[in-house]
Design a protein around this ligand. Structure first.
Ligand code: PHE
Length: 460
């Protein structure tokens, strides 16, 4: 996938997604059966913890810097409207074959927390990441676990909001006593959860949050994905060099750190390449009507629209844009990644482009093995980028925990910082001095309702 030549935009017509790439909403059904099977005290406990955030959809970007005091678990008796559903670990009861004398962690298992949007506006982000984490966990434990003990992953739902992220992280650290954390996907929520993790001294690995501010929180916060100055540049270069566009409009979600960041990075790069931004319009996650912004964009003479948002709003925007007679291609970032996008938007997103972390057609052996194993476990379904990133994050964390001097937050963080050339599914991962991963991105085009690999771009 990678090429030694920077910005290599190799087109590959021969690469196609397998026919059985699924756009079916199977995740929700599976989640519900999972929840039903585990309904009971555990759910009640988490509902109590997260109560009070059900109504809040405030995804205002938190500013990193001085970490905010962790939100105390709220014990409001009123359950939130959407109950937070903890998906407890497969390995939760696995206690066999563990060494009792490991001074690093008490008990029979080593606990890691995963906080994820299992419900709410970006539910497929959390669900598909969780699938990747669980696959990695099975492999780690089948190979003997970590430091002679089984690894246990405890997953809590953030309900797709920042307050839910802080509450989940607080609970994982203070009550479940996890030694490290995986999560979140959305940058705004990783910033909220990361501030708590940093303050309490527990290392966190985000699988896929790309906004620079996430790891700027402090030395406990890592990620295994590229960052948005790169991702924004990838799409700007693709627009300019491959699509030969000179006039692009931008429409971004001002309630998400991810979207505001990509707006800046794309604009900077596109202008540097000689392009013109015809108009910049905004919306807020959850908005239903985009006609005012789209009308302005239509009349601005843009040849394409860059929309660095999340899949639900992208689907509505695409449908409304076509109704308004806008035929030009829409372009976006990894936030488009969801089978729901094609399911809801159908024809409206046909021919559109977005940047992402991985393509399942990649010939690297790590990708092939991962895709095979995932398909075997998920009825032939081809894994998306979030599953790949979740898998890599869990594998890298386990690897670092195995190498760490002890399981203290400081020692796990030191081992994570030393991660070099880890052969991940989403690429070769080296953690840099800013605790980010330097890796390639791919550009995908939606064709026949499926994302198809178009190009791969190496780090700048
Ligand atoms: N990069 C996005 C963010 O930081 C999250 C995301 C990653 C969404 C990958 C989909 C796929 O908010």
């Amino acid at each position: 996938m990678s090429s030694p030549v920077p910005h290599d935009m190799r087109s590959s017509e021969s690469l196609k997604f397998p026919k059985n790439w699924s756009s079916k909403p199977r995740v929700w059904d599976r989640l519900m059966s999972h929840v039903a099977a585990r309904r009971g005290l555990a759910i009640m406990a988490v509902v109590a913890t997260l109560a009070g955030c059900g109504e809040s959809n405030s995804n205002t970007p938190a500013t990193p810097g001085t970490p905010a005091a962790p939100a105390a678990p709220s014990m409001t008796p009123d359950a939130p409207k959407v109950p937070a559903a903890p998906a407890q670990g497969d390995a939760a009861k696995a206690t066999d074959g563990t060494k009792k004398d490991d001074a690093d962690a008490k008990g029979d298992t080593i606990k890691v927390g995963h906080y994820a949007s299992m419900t709410g506006s970006e539910a497929t982000f959390g669900q598909t990441t969780e699938d990747g984490v669980r696959l990695a966990l099975e492999e780690i434990n089948a190979a003997g676990g970590v430091r002679g003990k089984k690894l246990e992953v405890i997953t809590y739902d953030t309900q797709s909001n920042a307050q839910g992220a802080s509450s989940a992280v607080t609970r994982l650290i203070t009550q479940d006593k996890v030694v490290a954390l995986l999560g979140e996907v959305a940058s705004t929520r990783s910033i909220a959860g990361g501030q708590v993790a940093q303050q309490l001294g527990i290392p966190m690995v985000s699988p896929s949050s790309t906004n620079p501010k996430v790891t700027q929180i402090g030395p406990m916060i890592f990620r295994v994905c590229f960052i948005d100055p790169f991702q924004g540049t990838v799409m700007a270069k693709f627009s300019s060099e491959n699509l030969k566009l000179t006039k692009v409009a931008v429409l971004y979600d001002k309630s998400q750190a991810y979207s505001t960041g990509l707006n800046d990075f794309f604009q900077q790069a596109f202008k540097k390449l000689g392009g013109t931004i015809t108009t910049v319009q905004t919306y807020k996650g959850g908005d239903p009507d985009f006609s005012a912004q789209l009308t302005t964009i239509r009349d601005s003479g843009a040849e394409a629209i860059y929309i660095p948002g999340y899949y639900n709003e992208i689907a509505s925007i695409a449908l409304q844009a076509r109704k308004l007679g806008i035929k030009s291609p829409l372009m976006g970032g990894d936030g488009w990644e969801s089978p729901k996008l094609m399911e809801i938007a159908g024809e409206s997103v046909e021919g559109c482009y977005y940047s992402n972390h991985y393509a399942p057609e990649d010939e690297r052996p790590e990708v092939k093995t991962f895709v095979e194993k995932y398909k075997a476990k998920h009825k032939g379904e081809v894994p998306g980028a979030l599953s790949a990133c979740g898998y890599d994050a869990a594998k890298i964390l386990a690897d670092a925990m195995g190498r760490a001097k002890s399981l203290s937050g400081k020692d796990i963080a030191a081992a994570l910082a030393e991660t070099k050339d880890f052969k991940g599914v989403s690429g070769n991962i080296t953690i840099d001095a800013q605790r980010n991963a330097n890796k390639s991105a791919v550009v995908l085009q939606i064709k026949g309702g499926k994302p198809i690999f178009v190009a791969s771009v190496d780090p700048l």
